[in-house]
Design a protein around this ligand. Structure first.
Ligand SMILES: C[S@@+](CC[C@H](N)C(=O)[O-])C[C@H]1O[C@@H](n2cnc3c(N)ncnc32)[C@H](O)[C@@H]1O
Length: 227
């Protein structure tokens, strides 16, 4: 049975079981978890670029700890505190999780330099802090800078997920900028996907995922499937 079918986080509302036959289709956040989960393992290095209330940081920690390293950025002190509280009830070692009160734009100087090229996953869950000031949102320029740095820090085979919120002011421009940029990525070096609802309001959040290709030649069956 696949790993993601077995996993149950304590944040049931964030990551309900994906294999529930009666479940509605996954939301953007659930998609990001569902794509990452089977590709992460204990010992991996991962980064939550927008810690917020810590749901994604907890999700990442549950995938890679013990043995791995989790880094989580947020520009807002209340978000860092909220994330710290969410992690507190779990048996993680303090050395394995680093909460960074800083913009993800600075990830290139805040992450340990030896980890460049070794990060297995970055998560960007954009927008504002739920329950916080809705005017403090991710900004297109900063997000684009952080995303572009993140691709550089990804390991081969590593994943980057983005949950975009076109519903709030500036959110649509940010989402479109990311989407257009992802369309320009070399398909020899990256795979990029967009996952979202087609018949919901256009303001509905959607998910984008990038995978950094490995430099190894594709397996024989992939060659024949047109990859
Ligand atoms: C939708 S929330 C993230 C939700 C979070 N991942 C969770 O699981 O609860 C977006 C967060 O991005 C943060 N943020 C905004 N600009 C940022 C930046 N430049 N760098 C890092 N975090 C930022 C906000 O403070 C907010 O907490």
């Amino acid at each position: 049975m696949r790993k993601w079918m077995l996993q149950r986080t304590t944040e049931a509302a964030m990551t309900p079981p994906v294999n529930d036959s009666q479940a509605p289709l996954p939301t953007a956040v659930r998609w990001s978890h569902a794509v990452l989960s089977p590709r992460l393992q204990k010992g991996d290095i991962v980064v939550d670029a927008t810690a917020g209330n810590g749901h994604d940081t907890l999700f990442l920690a549950q995938q890679v700890l013990p043995g791995g390293q989790v880094f989580a950025f947020d520009v807002q002190a209340p978000a860092v505190e909220s994330t710290r509280k969410r992690l507190a009830g779990h048996p993680f070692s303090a050395e394995e999780i680093t909460l960074i009160h800083s913009s993800h734009e600075h990830l290139g100087v805040r992450l340990p330099p030896e980890l460049r090229g070794h990060v297995r996953a970055f998560m960007f869950n954009l927008g504002f802090l739920p329950g916080g000031d809705k005017k403090l949102i991710t900004q297109t320029q900063g997000t684009m800078s952080a995303l572009s740095q993140a691709l550089d820090w990804l390991a081969e085979g590593g994943l980057l997920s983005v949950v975009a919120y076109p519903g709030h002011e500036g959110g649509r421009d940010e989402a479109e900028a990311i989407e257009h940029w992802l369309m320009t990525l070399s398909s020899d070096a990256f795979e990029a996907q967009k996952i979202g609802f087609l018949n919901f309001r256009p303001t509905t959040p959607f998910c984008m995922v990038v995978r950094k290709r490995t430099s190894q030649p594709p397996a024989r069956d992939q060659t024949f499937s047109g990859e």
